[in-house]
Design a protein around this ligand. Structure first.
Ligand code: NAI
Length: 239
C-alpha cells in the first residue's frame, strides 16, 4: 500500500496551539490539506490551510462546526481539542462537569458522525481521538476529565467495531504529561516537578512526540491498528 497521503485532507480540532498545532504542522509538512478549528479569530502561527472558528462550550457552535465538517469530507479526523478542571470530588461544579463532557465527548462524537458516511463511501478513513492517561488509569480530583476520556475511548471502540470493515480505522492516543499550556496551567511548576519524578523517562513528552504517532496512526502506514487506546507517557501508566 502506498504511504502517500497525496490529495488527502485532515481536520484537526484545537489546532491553534499545543498538541493540535504540532499535529497540524506535521500534516502540512507532508502536503496534506489541513483544516483546523480554533475558538477565536486573530493572529495564529499554526500552519492550517483553512479554519473553522467554533467554541465547543457552545452547543450551537458544535452543530455548525459539524455541518461544515460534513461539507469538507476530510479523509482524516483528529479530535484533539480538550479541557480539564481539577478539584476534589465533592467540590466539583456540576455545570463544569457538563461543559467538559460537551467539549471532550459530545463534540468528537458529532464530528465523527459527520465524517463517517463520506469515509465509508471512499472505503478509507482514519479517526484519531486524543484521550489521556486519565482515560486509562485513575487519579483523585479528575472525575469530569476522566469521565470524558473514558467515554471517548468507548465511542472510539464503537466506531472501530462498526466501521473498520469499511476501511475506517479509529483509535485513541493517550498522552501522558506533555509540555503544553494546558499542563503548565493545570499543574504549575511544582506539580510538574513532582509528577515528572514519577515518570520512568523522567521528563514530559514534547507535543511533537505525541503528534508524530498521531500522524502515523492516521496514515496509510497504519493498516490494521483499530479500536486501540495507546499511551504515550514515558512508561508512567505501566509501572
Ligand atoms: P492546550 O490547552 O494547549 O490546547 C487545547 C486546544 O483545544 C487548543 O487549541 C484550544 O483552542 C482547544 N480548545 C480549548 N477549549 C476549547 C473549546 N471550548 N472549544 C473548542 N476548542 C477548544 O491543550 P493540549 O495540552 O495541547 O491538549 C490537547 C489534547 O490533549 C486535549 O484533548 C487534552 O485533554 C489532551 N491531553 C493533554 C495532555 C497534556 O499533558 N498536555 C495529557 C493528556 C491528554
Amino acid at each position: 500500500m502506498s504511504d502517500s497521503l497525496d490529495g488527502k485532507s485532515v481536520l484537526v480540532t484545537g489546532a491553534s496551539r499545543g498538541i493540535g498545532k504540532e499535529i497540524a504542522q506535521i500534516y502540512a509538512e507532508v502536503g496534506v490539506y489541513v483544516v483546523g478549528t480554533r475558538t477565536a479569530k486573530g493572529e495564529c502561527r499554526s500552519p492550517c490551510n483553512e479554519w473553522i472558528i467554533a467554541d465547543f462550550s457552545n452547543e450551537d457552535h458544535i452543530y455548525r462546526c459539524a455541518d461544515e465538517i460534513k461539507e469538507l469530507k476530510p479523509d482524516i479526523l483528529i479530535n484533539n481539542a480538550g479541557i480539564n478542571t481539577i478539584g476534589s470530588f465533592v467540590s466539583l461544579d456540576p455545570k463544569e462537569f457538563q461543559k467538559i463532557q460537551q467539549v471532550n465527548v459530545f463534540a468528537p462524537f458529532l464530528f465523527s458522525q459527520s465524517v463517517v458516511p463520506a469515509m465509508k463511501s471512499r472505503g478509507w478513513g482514519r479517526i484519531v481521538n486524543i484521550s489521556s492517561i486519565w482515560g486509562k488509569i485513575g487519579k483523585e480530583g479528575r472525575a469530569p476529565y476522566a469521565a470524558s476520556k473514558f467515554a471517548l475511548d468507548g465511542i472510539t471502540l464503537s466506531i472501530a467495531a462498526e466501521h473498520s470493515k469499511d476501511g475506517i480505522l479509529a483509535n485513541c492516543v493517550a498522552p501522558g504529561f506533555t509540555d503544553t499550556e494546558l499542563t503548565r496551567r493545570v499543574l504549575g511548576e511544582d506539580g510538574i516537578r513532582q509528577l515528572t519524578d514519577m515518570v520512568p523517562a523522567r521528563r514530559m513528552a514534547s507535543p511533537r512526540e505525541i503528534a508524530h504517532f498521531v500522524y502515523w496512526l492516521g496514515s496509510n502506514q497504519n493498516s490494521y491498528i483499530t479500536g486501540q487506546n495507546i499511551a504515550i507517557d514515558g512508561g508512567f501508566a505501566r509501572v
